[in-house]
Design a protein around this ligand. Sequence first.
Ligand code: NAP
Length: 257
Amino acid sequence: LVSLKNKIILITGASSGIGAACAEQFAAQGAKLILIARRQERLTELTERLKPYQIPVLVQTLDVTSQEAVQQFIANLPSEWQAIDALINNAGLAAGLDKLYQADITDWEAMINTNVKGLLYVSRYVVPGMVARNAGHIINIGSIAGHQNYAGGSVYCGTKAAVNSITQCLKLDLTGTAVRVTTIDPGMVETEFSQVRFKGDNQRAEQVYKGMIPLTANDIADAIVYCATRPAHVNILEMILLPTAQSAATVVHRENA
Ligand SMILES: NC(=O)c1ccc[n+]([C@@H]2O[C@H](COP(=O)([O-])OP(=O)(O)OC[C@H]3O[C@@H](n4cnc5c(N)ncnc54)[C@H](OP(=O)(O)O)[C@@H]3O)[C@@H](O)[C@H]2O)c1
């Protein structure tokens, strides 16, 4: 197995949900963490929670939708942080659940800019170093929505289908190198995802998980750690994780419903 001790792990969207759970689980394995997200106070709280692990942590507020900010950040990393071993492209969101012909165009821009372009920008600036060192692992967070479509999901499903294609193409581009590529594609995970999607309408967000047991952020982080720790010759290209109560993007069994 590949040890994560002293490995440098860059996690985007580390301030909440799956990204924050990854930070804790990789910290528990003795990794060194580069944590980025937009909300400074959340990153500060997370850094406090990571203190007991006594690992080096580099925290940066960064919006992955800014190509220039991403480029500057990666180019100016202190030398001891430059040799990134694993990139977890997790920053992402769903905004709204509206019909294509009624949706708010700014929601589309946010999803496309973050889930697709942000993921591409970070990859574009981090992967060259991995290729040069002939070592590394890119782990993208896709979704069941990239495989199965649902009503009102036109742009979110589209962005996650794009993540799936980008992952497969990157694997092809890395042929002959030791760099690994994975997409982790979850079904329903209870995080801030639905609060963000419904813009703070917490009642509507809670309905999403009513009468069923969703996955937790830790379940996904566990799968990510699993993929990252396989022997060097093993590349898990794609992993789909669903709650037991969910059988497809739109098929969910709910108790008392
Ligand atoms: N929850 C689910 O059911 C589910 C299912 C399948 C896939 N996913 C995917 O899992 C990933 C993580 O979502 P989550 O469920 O953990 O939701 P979450 O709790 O809302 O976390 C999303 C994270 O992304 C960060 N982020 C958003 N926009 C960003 C930007 N422009 N620049 C930098 N960071 C940004 C947020 O931090 P800031 O706001 O501080 O920037 C936050 O840390 C997403 O890609 C999502 O599409 C989620």
